[in-house]
Design a protein around this ligand. Structure first.
Ligand code: B12
Ligand code: SF4
Ligand code: SF4
Length: 226
């Protein structure tokens, strides 16, 4: 197995100043995502944020853009990650780009994470306060697959406060009720709590509380929920 440590070091050095970190590596055996040239990727390097790590760099970039540009975080992510992928001969993937790539499945394989009742994958340290900004696929074998975590924080969470915090009972152990959540946050006045301070159920989770997104970032993500 050829470890191309050079690529990994380059990716880390280029992206960590923007608050984007290598979150894990997945190796495939003929079932990887398609690359631009019609080939399949054999390795995918998953890139993401931890807590509010991207917020300073993204905010600086945004200050230089027109105030009303659509999907600024997606544009910033592509402008930041794509040149790194191209420099290394890789193919960049983005979570909001269609067709949607299975970012959460990759994260489950790379880090051993499992879904919380909110649908968001929960991390033993960062809790619900992390996400994925992109991934880079390579035709060859890059790095070693990550060693997955084994502990799922929801298993030993006493009281499970996320299940009772939502004002419209959208969060259940088995399924997250997306239509109920959407209807509530778009209802004038009543939904303002979630829009201003972030999802109440997500805020109620005790895991990784110190990684909670800054208030401005919380509002940004909630406003982007269409
Ligand atoms: C569509 C979508 C939504 C839809 C959900 C509609 C639905 N029921 O599918 C809406 C707009 C409601 C949504 C909301 C949110 N989302 Co969303 N979403 C996506 C997106 C773009 C596609 C999901 C998908 O269908 N993938 C395609 C299949 C093939 O991928 P998959 O991995 O095999 O499928 C998994 C998901 O579908 C997941 N799933 C199923 N139902 C739901 C419902 C929700 C709410 C979520 C989050 C996941 C989820 O389970 C599948 C098995 O793992 C992904 C990015 C991506 N490319 O995956 C982000 C993604 C899943 N979302 C994410 C996040 C963070 C959120 C929000 C918290 C945003 C916010 N406000 O901050 C909210 C959660 C709601 C809340 N109360 O705060 C993150 C999750 C990160 C993590 N830690 O797991 C992702 C990965 C984007 C990212 N950039 O990191 N989301
Ligand atoms: S409150 Fe408990 S059950 Fe809910 S997401 Fe957090 S750890 Fe999991
Ligand atoms: S955003 Fe509000 S309505 Fe939606 S799940 Fe969270 S608490 Fe419930």
């Amino acid at each position: 197995m050829g470890t191309k440590q050079n690529e990994i070091d380059l990716i880390r050095a280029a992206l960590s100043p923007h608050g984007i970190f290598l979150r894990g590596i997945v190796h495939f055996d003929g079932d990887g995502p398609e690359m631009a040239a019609g080939m399949q990727a054999n390795s995918v390097l998953l890139l993401g944020n931890v807590g509010g790590s991207i917020w300073p760099a993204f905010s600086r970039w945004r200050a230089g853009q027109a105030r009303d540009i659509a999907d600024p975080l997606d544009i910033w992510s592509a402008e930041t990650i794509r040149p790194v992928a191209e420099r290394l001969g890789g193919c960049a993937y983005f979570p909001s780009e269609k067709p949607w790539q299975p970012f959460q499945q990759w994260a489950m394989r790379a880090e051993g994470l499992k879904a919380s009742p909110l649908g968001v994958l929960i991390h033993p340290e960062y809790g619900l306060w992390h996400g994925y900004r992109g991934a880079i696929g390579f035709a060859g074998t890059v790095g070693e697959p990550s060693t997955p975590f084994v502990r799922h924080p929801c298993d030993d969470c006493s009281g499970k406060p996320c299940l009772t915090a939502c004002p419209v009972d959208a969060v259940h152990a088995a399924v997250f009720d997306v239509p109920a959540c959407r209807a509530h946050i778009h209802a004038p006045a009543v939904g303002a709590g979630c829009i201003i301070s972030g999802c109440i159920a997500r805020n109620a989770c005790p895991v990784g509380a110190r990684y909670r997104h800054p208030a401005e970032q919380l509002r940004f993500h909630m406003a982007a929920l269409g």
